[in-house]
Design a protein around this ligand. Structure first.
Ligand code: UD1
Length: 360
């Protein structure tokens, strides 16, 4: 085909650093036309536009402006607003990223309209179907014609689910492509007066922040740690709402710094220097593994097991004693040393682009 048209769909913060290198790599094939659709699932400047600026991405061609809502509302709204875009623009292929509601919504629209779908970051499984992301991953992978996995466990999971091997391509981690490209800029953003030791925290999963008793436990633990070690905690809007509703603040603790969500480069800068990162994010488990920074994940499971088996990640579960013990262990100098997984080498998007180009 002379000029295939690829339409990318993104919607939430973790999507943006994944699409950026793919757009760049596909642009190297001058023959491919590209359209970028933002669903508007994330709309705050700090969660969306700042990423487009810092990653030097083209502005979205279309913004569906779906905003927040229940899972059903949000997914349905993306579907309703995305369908006419596909009908009008008639792409040869749609590419979706990660596991957010926008990902599965776009995938379902493509299935109904019989437009071939490619899924970047396919095959990851937490085996925990109470997580909305796990359902999004399972359904998107069943629909996709091309599945790009970041690590071998993804291939194994897809094979077990009966996906034909010819559709699966182990390409590596596109988020690490972006990280490697942006690392020099991030290093230049390291704040001048950072303490030698500090804990960097992000929490936004419903299992952590919607349970007020558990969120209170975590905040009190961080407050106690902050008496001897600085704690930096950029707060996701969902978490901010829950903290406010429960009247939980870190105000009385000078070492505990709560802030707005940080732009990509500032957060990456802090990850390069943190003594330990405490998180429930998927992407941050991967970024810390690449950077060699110890990571404690406040979850019972992870869809990214390679960050535990090979990388610097430790699962603390939802257990206060374990979380406290893990933190104290790392702060006393016992760091987990890891390795960078195969194909997390800055060239994943090029491998994806080669497969996509060859498909036409
Ligand atoms: C979503 C993804 C999650 C991902 C996370 C990264 C799903 C099911 N979840 O979770 O996998 O790890 O993004 O951040 O897709 N809000 C704002 N401003 C915004 C966006 C959201 O204030 O720009 C607030 C709203 O109150 C909203 C809440 O945050 O109701 C949750 O937003 P939503 O997009 O539903 O899910 P996230 O928790 O961000």
């Amino acid at each position: 085909m002379a000029n295939p048209h690829i339409l990318h769909v993104v919607g939430a913060r973790p999507n943006f650093m994944k699409v950026a290198p793919v757009i760049r790599a596909l642009a190297e094939y001058g023959s491919i036309r590209q359209t970028l659709v933002h669903t508007g699932q994330h709309y705050d400047f700090n969660l969306s536009e700042t990423f487009f600026q810092e990653l030097e991405m083209p502005a979205p061609d279309v913004n569906l402006l779906v905003g927040s809502g229940s899972h059903a509302q949000q997914t349905a709204e993306v579907m309703k607003r995305f369908e006419p875009v596909v009908l009008e623009r008639r792409p040869e292929m749609v590419m979706v990223y990660g596991d957010v509601n926008s990902t599965v919504a776009a995938a379902l629209v493509c299935a109904k309209l019989q437009v071939p779908l490619a899924h970047v970051e396919a095959g990851l499984r937490s085996f925990d179907r109470t997580m909305p992301e796990e359902i999004n991953r399972l359904l998107t992978d069943q629909i996709a014609a091309l599945l790009f996995t970041p690590s071998q466990d993804g291939n194994d999971n897809l094979a077990r689910e009966g996906i034909a091997p010819s559709r699966i391509h182990l390409v590596g981690n596109v988020m690490i492509d972006t990280l490697m490209r942006m690392l020099p800029c991030a290093r230049a953003r390291v704040p001048a007066h950072l303490p030698d030791q500090f804990v960097l925290v992000t929490l936004h999963r419903p299992t952590n922040v919607d349970d007020v008793a558990w969120l209170g436990h975590i905040l009190r633990l961080l407050a106690r740690i902050s008496e001897s070690t600085t704690v930096i905690f950029p707060v996701h809007p969902r978490t901010r709402e829950r903290l406010a509703a429960a009247a939980l603040t870190g105000e009385n603790h000078r070492g505990l710094h709560l802030s707005q969500p940080l732009p990509y480069l500032d957060f990456l800068a802090l990850q390069t220097r943190a003594t330990v990162v405490v998180t429930d994010s998927g992407g941050i488990q991967e970024e810390t593994t690449f950077l060699g920074t110890p990571c404690i994940t406040v979850r019972e499971n992870t869809e990214r097991p390679i960050t535990v088996t090979l990388g610097t990640n430790t699962l603390a579960g939802r257990n206060p004693a374990r979380l406290c013990a893990e933190l104290e262990r790392v702060l006393s100098g016992a760091r987990k040393r890891g390795q960078v997984p195969p194909y997390w080498d800055g060239h994943a998007a090029e491998r994806i682009a080669a497969v996509v180009h060859a498909a036409f």
